[in-house]
Design a protein around this ligand. Structure first.
Ligand code: HAM
Length: 434
């Protein structure tokens, strides 16, 4: 008989072995975020459906095809969050965080839900770690955000990362550009995929996202007759061009490797000016490890004062897939002390283990099996030190301590046990004092 219940399609369990890598990565990311002055925020897993519909864009895939939308028992129109930026901006307004100093630097981590077709690197529940810098329009905020993004990947051991960057201008610039793109594609309109023909009507920029090979051939200019595709970065007005130039100059000054990708438009509609992404080709089709950009109109769209913002999210599932494939293990398990009892001393084992747990990870055999079985378990659990409560030794106030790495063992008085264990476990007095 097959298993009656399995994790829902597109979701998965993260088991303890795998989580060592996640915990390591989350710890390092948090350190980098804190060095950049970011404070954590936690928002609900579900929100008003309208919050996402209004910000991600009615014509985006996220809203059109991927939203987990539901009504609660009172008929409220809700959605599981597909991303974090809209929620953070909603919280920023709800708690009048603009009044607490113009600038807010916030980070978050947690699960997001999108109803996409599951495949390698694409899940219906996935985790992001992200950062949002709200309140500053100056290009240095974009530059700092990209530097933070890169530094998190570097902390995880990614080297020579190249960030794809583009400017998507302002909504007015995009509207004019959309017209130009539509006119450019007009001669081949009937040969485009059905999806792209529809996008051409509603939001022409989305055509640039098409993965259809026929569309891609037109867009990359491989099919003759169309001439060079108009580029959004060539359509920027003076102020948008100045911002774009300043961002690239700032990245140059920091020595951050980037590549201008004029076709980069991102999947969500709230972006203005800077947009960026990083990819790892080893992942195949779902290669974006993370992305972000500026969203100067988002807070206003939620009913707030015009307030600029810029941010990114990293897809942890994809980043962890790449790291695991490279053999990154994450945090080593803590060194373990295993206490072995004998028939006459077994009742002293648990109290001693409890005391040891003030300082170390310590274990004993809950089933109080024979000494040999206990010793075998200690070995299997990878204990660094084993303390044996031998009958005769215990009567004398002594225990036997075995260093599992060197195989040496020594009888010590109970009072001398912490000092002996510290030496075996590689702990210094300073660490203990923490
Ligand atoms: P996004 O590009 O939609 O941006 O998602 C960011 C990252 O989340 C992607 O690059 C990818 O690694 C991961 N991701 C997205 N969908 C899935 C999925 N179905 N399965 C696994 N991983 C996935 C945002 O979400 C924006 N909120 C980023 C942002 C923050 N922009 C400004 N601030």
């Amino acid at each position: 008989m097959g298993l009656r219940f399995q994790a829902p399609r597109g979701t998965r369990d993260l088991l303890p072995g795998e989580l060592r890598l996640w915990q390591w990565a989350e710890r390092l990311a948090r350190e980098v975020l804190e060095h950049y002055g970011y404070a954590e925020i936690r928002t609900p897993l579900f929100e008003d459906y309208e919050l996402f519909a209004r910000t991600s864009g009615e014509s985006s895939d996220v809203v059109q095809k991927e939203m987990y939308r539901f009504k609660d028992l009172k008929g409220r129109d809700l959605a599981l969050r597909p991303e974090g930026t809209a929620s953070v901006c909603r919280a920023y307004l709800e708690h009048s965080m603009s009044g607490q100093g113009r600038l807010q630097k916030l980070w978050y981590a947690g699960p997001m839900m999108r109803y996409g077709r599951p495949q390698k690197g694409r899940y219906r529940q996935f985790s992001q770690i992200g950062a949002e810098c709200i309140g500053v329009a100056a290009p240095d905020a974009d530059i700092e955000m990209i530097a933070l993004f890169v530094d998190i990947f570097e902390a995880w051991g990614f080297e020579s990362l190249t960030v794809a960057v583009n400017s998507v201008g302002t909504p007015e610039i995009r509207r004019a550009y959309g017209e130009a793109l539509r006119a450019w594609l007009e001669p081949v309109r009937e040969m485009l995929s059905a999806d792209s023909r529809q996008r051409l009507e509603v939001n022409p920029l989305r055509v640039l996202d098409s993965k259809d090979p026929g569309d891609v051939a037109f867009l990359t200019g491989k099919d003759a007759g169309l001439g060079p595709m108009p580029r959004l970065i060539d359509s920027l007005d003076r102020s948008a061009a100045a911002h774009w130039d300043a961002v690239r100059a700032g990245l140059d000054a920091l020595g951050i490797a980037y590549e201008v990708d004029p076709g980069l438009v991102r999947g969500l509609d709230y972006y203005t000016h800077t947009a960026f992404e990083v990819h790892d080709r080893s992942l195949g089709a779902q290669s974006a490890l993370g992305g972000g950009g500026r969203y100067d109109g988002l807070i206003e769209a939620l009913g707030g004062q015009p307030t600029p913002g810029v941010g990114f999210s990293i897809g942890l599932d994809r980043a962890m897939l790449v790291l695991a494939e490279r053999g990154t293990l994450g945090d080593l398990p803590r060194p373990l002390v295993f206490v072995v009892g004998m028939e006459a001393t077994q009742r002293h084992v648990h109290p001693l283990v409890r005391a040891l747990r003030q300082v170390y990870a310590a274990e004993f055999d809950l089933e109080a099996r024979g000494t040999t079985a206990q010793m075998r378990t200690a070995g299997r659990r990878g204990a660094t030190a084993v303390v044996v409560l031998g009958e005769e030794e215990w009567k004398r106030g002594e225990v036997v301590v075995k260093d599992m790495k060197s195989g040496t063992q020594e009888t010590v008085i109970l009072e001398g046990l912490p000092e002996r264990l510290d030496r075996i476990m590689g702990l210094t007095g300073e660490v203990r004092a923490e």
